[in-house]
Every structure is written in C-alpha cells, then in structure tokens.
Design a protein around this ligand. Structure first.
Ligand code: GTP
Ligand code: MG
Length: 195
C-alpha cells in the first residue's frame, strides 16, 4: 500500500454524524497519549494531519481522514485519561461504545498499546469488550524507540503471552515507532490485504 493522498474529512461527536457512505474504514484506538495521532501522521507522512499533543486528551472527537480517495482512516478519542472529570470520561466512553456498536464499515480496529507497559486492566477490559462484541482487532505497540535495546526483542511477545493468560485472547500484533517509522510497511500491508 502506497499512500498517495490523505485528507481530513470531518470530526464527529456521534456515529450518526460520521460520513455516510460505503467506504471501508480502519480505526485507531487506545489510551490517551499512547501515540494514535502521531502514528496516523507517520503512516500518511503528513505531519499536520492529526493534531499531536504532549497533553493527553487532545483527540475528543471521531476524526475521519480519507486516504487515496479509497478508504477512511479514523482517529478515535483516547480512553483512560485520569485527569478529567467523571462526566468527560463517561462522554468519551459513550462516543467509543456508540462508534463500535453502530458503525458497520469498520474493517480492522488497531488497538494501540505503549510497548513500555505491562498489561493494564483498562486495556484488557477493552480487549474483552471488543472480543465479546465480535470486533476484529490487532494490537499496534507504540514508542518502540523508547525501549532499551535489551528489551526490544521480548517485550511484545511477553505482553501477548500475559494477555492470553489473563483473558484467553491472542491478537496479532505489530511493533512500531512514529519516530523511526518502524512498523509502517507492516501496518499498511494489513490494510492493503483487507481492502
Ligand atoms: P490523545 O489524542 O490525547 O488521545 O493522544 P494520542 O494517542 O493521539 O497521542 P499523540 O500522538 O498526541 O502523542 C502523545 C505524545 O507521545 C506526544 O508527545 C508524542 O510526541 C509522543 N509520541 C507519540 N508516538 C511516539 C513514538 O513513536 N516515539 C516517541 N518517542 N514518542 C512518541
Ligand atoms: Mg490524538
């Protein structure tokens, strides 16, 4: 898959407001600050496409980007940001649940996980929820450049083994870095094969 063009289409606060057409859609989701927007810009080689911030909670809407005039890439709000009110947390949660329940053009969901972390309850619960709702997902580990060389090889494998022990789910995964562009071709190949 070669990305020739990427255009922002719209931000929506509800699924009903998302673009209404029959175009395949690839969703990117994960905890706030995990690197979703950075990854989207890395994939599209368009640094200005998705807004990046050192402060978590930057993406609060469902953002649709149209790639190669052929498929949608979707940047979703990050979940699990501790420093916002309960009301805001509930709102983000309901946007995410509404999107995954009512949007029927989702082809693959990429769940992003910071590779430095061991499995966190908030992520494993979300994986269980996706799986119970028959939503096909793959894990993208982010920020690989931040690992020590000695950790690079085993960290992702260990995470997947732990996940299987905890919730009996064994997702496919890709290791990535928006800084070094590691994982870019692999992610784009997944998209290409499913288009
Ligand atoms: P929200 O929109 O708040 O949910 O965050 P997000 O998941 O979109 O994260 P974003 O891309 O805004 O990145 C958060 C922070 O992590 C920024 O300071 C980025 O520069 C940094 N970051 C993202 N990806 C990488 C990476 O691959 N390597 C390194 N070293 N830093 C990264
Ligand atoms: Mg973001």
């Amino acid at each position: 898959m070669i990305i020739k063009s990427s255009n922002f289409i719209k931000s929506s606060s509800k699924t009903i407001d998302c673009p209404q057409n029959n175009i395949p859609e690839f969703a990117f989701i994960g905890r706030s600050n995990v690197g979703k927007s950075s990854l989207i810009n890395m994939l599209t080689q368009n640094k200005k496409l998705a807004k990046i911030s050192g402060n978590p909670g930057k993406t609060l809407l469902i953002n649709h980007f149209f790639i190669n005039n052929n498929w949608y890439l979707v940047d979703l709000p990050g979940y699990g940001y501790a420093k916002i009110s309960k009301k805001e947390k509930k709102k983000i949660e309901s946007i995410i649940v509404d999107y995954f329940t009512n949007r029927n053009k989702i082809t693959i969901t990429f769940l992003l996980i910071d590779i430095r972390l061991n499995p966190q309850q908030i992520d494993t619960e979300f994986m269980e929820w996706l799986s119970e709702n028959s939503i096909n997902f793959k894990i993208i580990f982010t920020k690989e450049d931040k690992l020590k060389v000695t950790q690079k090889e085993k960290k992702a494998e260990n995470y997947i083994t732990e996940i299987f022990k905890k919730i009996k789910i064994h997702p496919e995964f890709i290791v990535s870095s928006s800084k070094t562009k590691k994982g870019r071709d692999e992610i784009l190949n997944f998209i290409y094969t499913d288009l």
